[in-house]
Design a binder for this molecule. Structure first.
Ligand SMILES: *Cc1c(COP(=O)(O)O)cnc(C)c1O
Length: 362
């Protein structure tokens, strides 16, 4: 290891020294057996057609990928019902969020977001030079408190992040509350609607993001192929925005940020036959979600409504202890120390294993 030889060394930006660590979900150790319900991943392996596309693409990795992923952007645009000018892809939607913030946040601008929410938010905001303004989610329901978020907007606010469904608590925002919120927020404040779990939503009161975008130029949608489409390991996410904003996001994006293999796998996943098979899998996961939440409620748990592929237990202080117990019993879950436990919906056997553990906690 290289260690500094003198006291004087290059200072890091203060915001970088102060960054909270991103804690990834626990991984299965080599040679051991466990169910991985810690990262909200899709438990199904890639479709044969997607594996084929990756294998064929592998023969071409001596070449740079298409820099702006033209074919993929067109496919995503038609998938979303917008024009290619409205779509910007990136190395996962986490990278796209970073680019959105870099495109609009000046040093010291405020970025309002719910908390607890997606753990990448405070990091992305600080790296962009923004000042985080965190608004607590409603403790009993795990819902975003949109009136409080609107009230937190000041003349220094540049961006508001709306995570729906909210990771890790689960509920999605409703059309009426979001309309009220958008009416209250100045039109030069960007509202980023993070729809990472969109395909798992079954709540009929959830708004159509594209319709929202048509009526509100200050809205950006963030979407991903990591969850419903099962490509977490390849890193493909995208933003949908009005063309001028989309061009700004594109301008700050990492060149060649979406690898060739990611592009071909995403294209293969969006092909009609593959897509319908993938969405059938999402339906199966939603059915499992219903089964798991009903079983947990029968056990006596009071849980927030989840519209995503995970369940939230606001356990408070015993969280770390419970996560360790689950891990010892062969199920990896995601603890947020002192706050709660997030458990992804996985294979039926994995969910059954977790249900048995949860029963012992009652
Ligand atoms: C998983 C997740 C994402 C997706 O991240 P990728 O970088 O696309 O894998 C984005 N937002 C939220 C809230 C998430 O939970």
């Amino acid at each position: 290891m290289l260690t500094p030889v003198e006291e004087a060394f290059v200072p890091l930006r203060a915001a970088v020294s102060a960054l909270p660590a991103y804690v990834p979900g626990a991984r299965v150790a080599a040679g051991s057996q466990a169910w991985k319900l810690s990262s909200n991943e899709n438990p199904y392996p890639p479709l044969p057609s997607v594996l084929d596309a990756i294998a064929r693409g592998a023969a071409e990795v001596n070449r740079y990928p298409d820099m702006y992923a033209g074919e993929l952007v067109e496919a995503l645009a038609s998938h979303t019902g917008v024009a290619p000018e409205n779509v910007v892809v990136g190395n996962g939607s986490v990278a796209v969020l970073a680019h959105v913030l870099q495109a609009v946040v000046e040093h010291g601008d405020e970025v309002v977001f719910p908390w607890r929410s997606f753990e990448a938010y405070p990091i992305a905001v600080a790296v962009a030079g923004g000042k985080a303004v965190m608004v607590p989610v409603e403790a009993s329901t795990g819902r975003l408190d949109l009136p409080a978020m609107a009230a937190a907007v000041t003349p220094a606010t540049r961006v508001v992040l709306v995570c729906t469904p909210n990771n890790p608590t689960g509920p999605a925002v409703h059309a009426a509350e979001l309309e009220t919120f958008l009416a209250a927020v100045p039109r030069d404040v960007l509202v980023v609607v993070d729809e990472a779990y969109l395909e798992f939503v079954r709540d009929p009161e959830v708004p159509d993001g594209v319709d929202l975008l048509r009526r509100h130029q200050n809205v950006v949608l963030l979407r991903t192929l990591s969850k419903a489409y099962g490509l977490a390991g390849l890193r493909v996410g995208y933003a949908v925005a009005e063309p001028r904003l989309a061009a700004g996001i594109r301008a700050v994006s990492t060149p060649f940020g979406v690898s060739h293999l990611a592009q071909v796998a995403a294209l293969a996943s969006l092909a009609p036959a593959a897509q319908s098979e993938l969405l059938d899998r999402v339906d199966a996961l939603v059915t499992e979600r219903t089964r798991v939440t009903e079983s947990l409620r029968e056990q006596g748990w009071d849980l927030p409504d989840t519209q995503a592929n995970f369940v939230w237990f606001g356990l408070g202080e015993p969280t770390a202890q419970r996560a360790a117990e689950a891990s010892a019993a062969g199920v990896l879950v995601r603890p947020f120390a002192g706050d709660g436990l997030r458990v992804s919906i996985g294979e039926t056997e994995a969910n059954d294993a977790f249900l048995r553990i949860a029963a012992t906690w009652r």
